[in-house]
Design a protein around this ligand. Structure first.
Ligand code: PGA
Ligand code: ZN
Length: 423
């Protein structure tokens, strides 16, 4: 089947900000549309999404955040190169690289390239009469990923009510995704109820659907989530454990880590000690971005003292970028990677990063962004790639639940296996 049309246009994400959609029409008349997500606590080394701010395209009604240049690039530069071509994901991605050979996709915009690359993925799967998950995992049971879900959120997603970005939970004792999700919803509702009882405002929902509450320290916030887990009758550590997304680049000034709600500043070596003690005192099995995106030496120091079973996860550090992953492997700076397609800019090269990570025994967590859309392709990618884990935010907001619901659909309709990388 061939591509007959490629159309880019502007849509809204879950924060009400513009983002890019691309629709590929095939010669049988079918239309395959993908919308790209967008971050707020964005890593410095991510592929560059094009925003119109500061250009003649800037739309003042969208505070200059419009994405018309990326849309124009799809319609005027990318579309003419793809129309009449066979629908083939590798071919589409290689044409996108030819058109924009820059490493960060800054010529066309990573939001333009990813939208087209994803639409090509959807169209290619359709042309083979397959779901995107089955397009990548052709045979055997589907490997449904273990979820990592926000309960408390602060940082850039919730007006800095906590210094760290998220306290999350991982249902390591669940036997199925369906059971895992029910446990997660119970803990989230319990956390909201306890917060309300303690007199805090609990109707402040963070960008990714987590509950935004204030705590005097990170320890107190962890304790709070532990109580919520216990109160729903789950065993902490056995059935449900904690994960943190520290997003430390957000409060590192180049010299010190400044925890403003705790009124404390730590030099990097002190912060390594602080994070180490936090890990030994709390049931934390995964920690994301405990140090800033270019503070490699703290990551290395920490890896030398961290418990072997702890997942040390690079998001802003690695930005789904092959060179940064290779540096982390060589320097033993982390043992797991967040996989965000829009940090990378193409589906095939995102998959290459995941494969390289896996070949080096890194855990992989396929992840959404704080600005999401109602699309559910992320759940298909995480499953089809047998990533092992997925992170989407909370169980609040249809842009989040679209992904969880897709995983429920896989479990209900396909031969599948629930993955547990923490066993
Ligand atoms: P972002 O946050 O999408 O705003 O970057 C998500 C994360 O840090 O994991
Ligand atoms: Zn993160």
């Amino acid at each position: 089947m061939k591509i007959s049309k490629v159309n880019g246009y502007q849509v809204l994400d879950s924060r009400g900000r513009p983002t890019v959609a691309a629709a590929i029409t095939l010669t049988d008349g079918s239309v395959h549309t993908a919308k790209v997500p967008s971050g707020a606590s964005t890593g410095k080394h991510e592929a560059k999404e094009l925003r119109d701010i500061g250009t003649k395209y800037a739309d003042k009604f969208y505070s200059g955040l419009s994405v018309q240049q990326a849309v124009i690039n799809i319609n005027q530069k990318i579309a003419p190169q793809l129309v009449e071509e066979q629908i083939d994901l590798n071919l589409v991605d290689s044409k996108l690289i030819e058109l924009d050979p820059s490493i960060d996709h800054s010529l066309l915009g990573a939001n333009a390239t990813l939208a087209v690359s994803l639409a090509a993925t959807l169209a290619a799967a359709y042309s083979q009469n397959k779901s995107v998950a089955r397009f990548f995992a052709q045979e055997g049971p589907l490997n449904i990923p273990m979820p990592m879900v926000n309960i408390l959120s602060g940082g850039a997603h919730a007006n800095r009510s906590m210094d760290i970005q998220d306290i999350l939970i991982i249902p390591t004792g669940a036997k199925s995704f369906t059971q895992a999700l029910s446990w997660i919803v119970a803990v989230r509702e319990m956390a909201a109820a306890i917060g309300k009882e303690s007199g805090q405002v609990t109707n402040l929902i963070a960008d990714e659907g987590g509950i935004s509450l204030s705590f005097a320290s990170i320890e107190k916030a962890c304790d709070f989530v532990v109580v919520a887990i216990e109160k729903v009758g789950l065993k902490v550590g056995e059935q449900m454990s904690l994960a943190l997304d520290v997003a430390a680049s957000q409060f590192y000034d180049g010299e010190k880590y400044n925890l403003s709600t705790m009124n404390k500043s730590y030099a990097p070596n002190e912060f390594v000690k602080y994070i180490s003690s936090l890990i030994s005192n709390q049931p934390i099995i995964s920690i994301e971005d405990p140090f800033a995106e270019d503070d490699w030496s703290s990551w290395q120091q920490f890896m030398q003292v961290a418990p072997a079973r702890l997942q040390v996860l690079g998001d802003d550090l690695l930005t789904t970028n092959l060179q940064r992953l290779e540096k982390a492997i060589a320097s033993k700076s982390a043992n797991a990677i967040l996989i965000k397609p829009n940090q990378n800019g193409l589906v095939t090269s995102t998959l290459n990063v995941l494969k390289q990570a896996r070949a080096n025994n890194f855990n992989c967590v396929v992840s959404a962004r704080s600005g999401e859309t109602e699309d559910s392709w992320l759940a298909d990618l995480a499953t089809g790639w047998s990533a092992g884990q997925i992170k989407v935010g909370s169980t609040h907001g249809s842009e989040r639940n679209a992904k969880w619901n897709r995983l429920l659909e896989f479990e209900a309709t396909e031969e599948s296996r629930f993955t547990n990388p923490f066993n």
